[in-house]
Design a binder for this molecule. Structure first.
Ligand SMILES: O=C(O)[C@H](CS(=O)(=O)O)OP(=O)(O)O
Length: 235
């Protein structure tokens, strides 16, 4: 049977063989939630880069530049890291270069995979429908926080692993633990997340509405994937 596994932080990724695997990268707060929101609102291409310098260089080539460090928009860039910025009508048809603290790094660490998909609660069902018939093993890569474990990405990993468990067996205890957390949390996700370090950090920046938005399940029926250096929408 095919396997599904969860990598709880990019710092553990060296333990996983990505060859011929599908990697679903998740950074619920907020990078991958922003990406899914942007594509759902008509953004045509997103280039994830690891550094502010790379992002600036793409801004000079005409990309809208989204740059966040420690939760706030970096100086001199067009956008920060709120999904609501991506829902603005002026984003339709735009190409975006993006760098964030955790999410874009996680994408760039996954390049050895056969396929890289972008996951969020916002597109959970679309991912389940796409992945359930795939032959490849799946790794869900949690972006975490600065190399450490975080709650919200693990909850998403648990949700996805739970919904795929009829077709994929759990490769180790990480999907099992993530699933147990998700099943406990899902009745009141916002309340469960309230104590998480990331929610506390972002609430100091007055972005509680972003967190409420990012925990909504399956409001968008799309899947962004990495095509060369760019994220695009699966047809
Ligand atoms: O802006 C965010 O949501 C976070 C900032 S931090 O990790 O709390 O410093 O960045 P992300 O890369 O989206 O996790």
């Amino acid at each position: 049977m095919k396997n599904i596994d969860v990598c709880l932080t990019p710092e553990l990724l060296h333990q996983y063989n990505l060859e011929n695997k599908i990697v679903v990268v998740v950074d619920i707060l907020r990078a991958t939630s922003c990406m899914v929101s942007g594509f759902s609102n008509g953004v045509t291409e997103i280039i994830p880069v690891s550094t502010l310098e790379e992002c600036k260089a793409l801004q000079e080539k005409g990309y809208l530049a989204a740059a966040e460090r420690n939760g706030s928009k970096a100086e001199g860039f067009d956008l920060g890291n709120s999904p609501f910025e991506y829902l603005d009508s002026k984003m339709k048809g735009e190409k975006v270069a993006v760098t964030t603290t955790n999410g874009t790094l996680a994408i760039n660490k996954s390049l050895a995979a056969k396929e890289i998909l972008i996951g969020a609660f916002l597109n959970l069902n679309a991912l389940v429908e796409y992945l359930k018939n795939k032959e490849e093993d799946i790794i869900i890569l949690c972006a975490g926080w600065k190399g450490k474990f975080n709650l919200e990405d693990t909850l998403f990993a648990g949700a996805l692993a739970h919904q795929l468990k009829e077709d994929f067996q759990f490769a180790c205890d990480a999907p099992l633990a993530a699933e147990a957390m998700y099943l406990t949390a899902k009745k009141d996700m916002m309340n469960y997340m309230r104590d998480s370090s990331h929610a506390k950090r972002l609430s100091k920046l007055n972005v509680v509405k972003d967190i409420e938005f990012c925990v909504q399940e399956s409001i968008y029926d799309i899947i962004p994937y990495l095509d060369g250096k760019s994220l695009r929408l699966k047809k």
